[in-house]
Design a protein around this ligand. Structure first.
Ligand SMILES: Nc1ncnc2c1ncn2[C@@H]1O[C@H](COP(=O)(O)OP(=O)(O)OP(=O)(O)O)[C@@H](O)[C@H]1O
Ligand SMILES: [Mg+2]
Length: 511
């Protein structure tokens, strides 16, 4: 084996890993190594093969070829249980917790460690509490999962892995749903794990995060490993170049332009809507949007953004208030009507409400236009048109998939997001309500989506850009509205925006 090499045995060695899916070579002879006491980042464009490689390491997929060794010993994982037994665990892009059970139940669920059946709930609670304290991840062992924020749920996933003795922890895009503060807390936990000699494999598209938290970065491109670099010896632009294979231009910003005389395309007056838990989530929001204007809605996740977007798109009935689109009233709770009048909606929950996962890419691309020409003629769907539409949009939006007939659930996370954007942006909307449109996208795709939004605005579309990424809002928005507790607590033109002040408003401090 590797005894000839000078350094200590790596915690993880993957050699020549190959994994083929129908029509896709997802991993093509990939080599990957991570050490003990290391945070090792895995970087690559959407569809580069990161989640596939991680799933192979955790026993979810069997590789077609290649070898894996843990601490220098060859292993073969037939299931995630085998991987857990060898000390390898993964926190997935989509959490897998049981919503109605408690934190403690979820942590011990399915884990048949010695004496588990004889351990009393109180003892488990105190074990969970101690673990939570040691890693500075405060969480109430008796709380039920549905009561927790996304950040807290992620802590439960990590605690669950640690409870099972994970020495190698894989996190797949762990910060894409976290607030900046929660992300910082997560990095503290990861540093602590590193100090204990554990191995953290961290999949992310956010270059500044990788620079801050990782020791080394391995870059995948088109299923192949391009190379591994020491983080302290690299730069974000070098990483972007390795990832994309060419220079990436960062930070497009929308040229400020005067929309003062343009028509108001969207007007919200006193919009009120209930949240899922029966609490009023949107509390009297009034806001207007002119043709060609991008208004950013900045805020920490869970302050009514999703409900506001749905109250506009018709997906959620309003309790009170009016939404006027280009001067005409949009009835409450009428998504079909809103679509027909030109409201495009990029929802934040792309797998849940953005697409139908079991339908093909081509069908998802016509989900909202299948009743209209040219897609349908006299009530009959025209299959040639559907295919041509899909091929054109897949090319224009660089959707990477084996073909238009591929079921959407088989696409990588970022490519699902591109399908939603392609459908919504190509629908010739009057107004686009976009919630976190670049979340989960690689740097190249992020730049492309921002350019598309800017282009749409320049053609007179009004855009409500709801984003938890304040940097994104500062790049794109003409005006910035801050949402807190379901209310707009301030609106400022970008030229006068003060990041400190906006941050304070986002945290609920009005002064
Ligand atoms: N179960 C599957 N069946 C068929 N194809 C798959 C399956 N899982 C992944 N693929 C394909 O393999 C390729 C690699 O996907 P993977 O999910 O590993 O990418 P990724 O690097 O994690 O991308 P992202 O950044 O978008 O999450 C993609 O083309 C994807 O469509
Ligand atoms: Mg992925």
């Amino acid at each position: 084996m590797n005894e000839v090499t000078a350094g200590p045995t790596p915690a993880v060695t993957m050699r020549s890993i190959t994994k083929r899916f129908p029509g896709v070579l997802a991993n093509d002879a990939v080599d990957f190594e991570a050490d003990r006491g290391e945070v090792h980042a895995l970087l690559g464009e959407n569809g580069a093969g990161k989640s596939t490689l991680a799933s192979i390491l955790t026993g979810l997929y069997r590789p077609d070829a290649g070898e894996i060794a843990i601490d220098g010993r060859a292993v073969e994982f037939h299931s995630p249980k085998d991987a857990t037994a060898a000390g390898v665990s993964m926190v997935h892009q989509h959490f897998r917790l049981a919503a109605s059970l408690t934190v403690s139940d979820n942590i011990v669920l399915g884990h048949r460690g010695a004496g588990w059946l004889r351990t009393s709930p109180a003892v488990i609670d105190s074990q969970v509490e101690q673990l939570a304290k040691r890693y500075r991840m405060p969480v109430d062992p008796e709380a039920r999962i549905w009561q927790l924020s996304v950040g807290e749920q992620q802590r439960v996933e990590i605690l669950k892995a640690l409870y099972r003795g994970a020495r190698i922890l894989i996190l797949d895009e762990p910060t894409s749903l976290l607030t900046p503060q929660e992300a910082d807390d997560l990095f503290e936990t990861l540093r602590r794990m590193r100090a204990e000699g554990r191995t953290v494999i961290f999949v992310s598209h956010k270059l500044d995060e990788l620079m801050a938290v990782s020791d080394r970065v391995t870059v995948l491109r088109g299923g192949r490993s391009i190379g591994t670099v020491l983080t302290r010896e690299t730069t974000p632009s070098q990483l972007a170049r390795m990832m994309v294979g060419r220079e990436v231009v960062f930070a497009q910003t929308k040229a400020p332009h005067d929309v003062g005389g343009a028509a108001v395309v969207l007007e919200l007056s006193d919009v009120t809507a209930m949240g899922d838990l029966g609490i009023q989530a949107v509390n009297g929001v009034s806001l207007s949007l002119r043709a060609g204007e991008i208004v950013g809605v900045a805020g920490v996740s869970g302050n009514g953004q999703r409900e506001l977007a749905e109250a506009i798109s018709g997906a959620r009935p309003r309790k009170a208030g009016d939404v006027r689109l280009a001067g005409t009233n949009l009835p409450s709770g009428d998504p079909e009507g809103a679509i027909a009048r030109g409201v495009a909606h990029v929802p934040e929950d792309r797998m849940g409400t953005g697409v139908s996962p079991s339908l093909s890419v081509a069908d998802n691309l016509i989900l909202k236009s299948h009743r209209r020409p040219p897609i349908s003629a006299r009530g009959i769907l025209r299959h040639g048109r559907i295919k041509a539409n899909a091929e054109a949009l897949m090319a224009r939006f660089a959707v990477s998939a084996p073909g238009p007939d591929t079921p959407t659930r088989l696409l990588s996370g970022g490519n699902v997001q591109k399908v939603v954007l392609a459908r919504e942006l190509s629908s010739r909307p009057v107004v686009i309500v976009a919630a976190n449109p670049t979340r989960g996208l690689d740097v190249g795709a992020t730049e492309a989506v921002r350019a598309l939004l800017i282009e749409a605005a320049s053609q007179g579309v009004g855009i409500l850009l709801i984003s938890e990424d304040l940097d994104e809002i500062l790049l794109l928005a003409d005006r910035i509205a801050v949402i807190y507790g379901g209310r707009i607590v301030g609106v400022v033109p970008r030229a006068e925006a003060d990041v400190q002040h906006i941050g304070l408003m986002m945290a609920g401090s009005s002064k």
